[in-house]
Ligand binder design. Structure first.
Ligand SMILES: [Zn+2]
Length: 425
């Protein structure tokens, strides 16, 4: 009975896989989602209706402008772009017209700056749906998440008579770098939500394995740090220069040396450092992209304090100026046990899957935590589940999710969950 949905879900996933877009530039993806919702007669909100610009971090105006030009060239109508007011993201709103709970299902849409493998062993290359945007790739499975969300919306809409209340499907932009969750949670879209469920493919789970998550989202803060020094002739006047390159290099070593913390996991990563003008010029500019994480909010705050102190010290020591910009932020998972029970009940109704014990490994960060927090803060129930695939690691050129096998698992769990919560009486 799900055949046509699953067929279309795989087609969607592959179409999206071919056109990966980085966070805040997902105009083609948002159009793909909204044009399908429109075709099916499902009402939706988009752009600033689901994103509060005041809470947006890590959004580059020029990249957005370029993305809009590119999207228009690829056939996205200008009046649609206008409606977004420059912000990607959407939400399908299915109102049954009968009183009942408001349920939100959340998926994310963005890709990564990873060059996709062209090896014939890599399924997208083999089957001809690899990224046609060199250097960009859906290397975390968010293409699959969007495809699942879209078909879940269609199925619920086409079976609306079976339900009560309201069901919203959220298509969140900019999950990578944890940028989109907070502005979506502050847009009002989940203010009336009683139940919210998010999910992710992959992680430590294999195909057919599923579980709910009852901890393990790390709090995290992402920084861009811009160092400005003073140019000088490296041979004749080195004493007149202040090297931003040396300052940034020193900061890198010091940052990696922030102590661990007994109260929780910590992470620190300087992932990108670009510096210098040329061989014989004292370097006046350096740009660093770095992040910290903590197993608790307090531990993450400790990491952030250390970053600020180190950068300040380096400014003094090397007589440079450093501008610190927060470009992303997320918090830990608020756990709602009644929701986890419900999701596991929903999973038990799906044949052919293996439900693993609740998972709480500190594997990374996920900005769905903001949406979960928001719903929990007004007394709602919210949480997150995982479903497996076979892969050698996320964010790699050979990441693959085996869409035909694994996406139907998430699709069925979401539907089973909605049937539990919004069943018409
Ligand atoms: Zn991801």
């Amino acid at each position: 009975m799900f055949e046509s949905y699953i067929k279309e879900m795989v087609e969607t996933r592959r179409a999206l896989h071919r056109r990966p877009e980085l966070g805040w530039t997902e105009f083609e993806t948002t159009w793909y989602v909204c044009s399908h919702l429109e075709k099916w007669g499902i009402p939706f909100l988009l752009g600033t209706q689901v994103i509060n610009p005041k809470f947006v971090m890590g959004r580059d105006e020029k990249a957005v402008k370029d993305a809009i030009d590119r999207a228009k060239k690829h056939g996205v109508p200008a009046d649609f772009i206008e409606k977004t007011e420059g912000y990607t993201g959407a939400a399908a709103i299915i109102e049954t017209g009968r009183p009942g709970p408001v349920t939100a299902l959340r998926c994310d849409m963005d890709a990564l700056p990873v060059r996709e493998s062209d090896s014939p062993d890599h399924l997208p290359a083999k089957l001809g749906f690899a990224s046609d945007r060199p250097g960009l790739m859906h290397a975390c499975g968010h293409d699959g998440h969007t495809a699942v969300g879209l078909e879940v919306a269609r199925w619920i809409h086409e079976h609306k008579e079976e339900f009560c209340g309201t069901i919203k499907i959220l298509f969140q932009p900019a999950e990578e770098g944890v940028r989109g969750g907070l502005p979506m949670s502050e847009s009002g879209i989940v203010d009336d939500v009683d139940w919210l469920l998010g999910s992710h493919v992959g992680g430590v789970l294999h195909s057919g394995e599923v579980c709910v998550q009852d901890d393990g989202f790390m709090a995290s803060t992402k920084f861009d740090i811009e160092f400005t020094g003073q140019e000088a002739h490296a041979g004749s006047d080195p004493q007149k220069g202040h090297s931003a390159l040396v300052a940034a290099a020193c900061a890198t070593m010091m940052l990696q040396g922030i102590p661990r913390h007994r109260e929780g996991e910590t992470r620190v990563s300087v992932g990108k450092l670009v510096a210098g003008e040329g061989r014989n010029i004292v370097a006046a500019h350096a740009l660093m992209q770095m992040e910290v994480r903590g197993g608790t909010q307090a531990v993450n705050d400790f990491m952030v304090d250390n970053v600020n102190r180190i950068i300040e010290a380096v400014e003094t020591a090397y007589q440079v100026k450093a501008k610190i910009t927060r470009v992303g932020e997320t918090s830990t998972l608020v756990v709602c046990p009644p929701l986890l029970d419900k999701v596991e009940e929903a999973m038990r109704a799906v044949p052919g899957i293996k439900i693993l014990p609740r998972y709480h490994g500190a594997d990374g960060s996920e900005d769905c935590s903001w949406l979960i927090r928001k719903v929990a803060s007004h007394g709602g129930q919210a949480g997150f589940f995982l479903y497996g695939c076979e892969q050698k690691g996320h964010h790699r050129p050979d990441f693959e999710i085996q869409d035909e096998t694994n996406l139907p698992v998430a699709f069925k769990i979401f539907l089973s969950f909605v049937k539990l919560i919004n069943q018409r009486h």
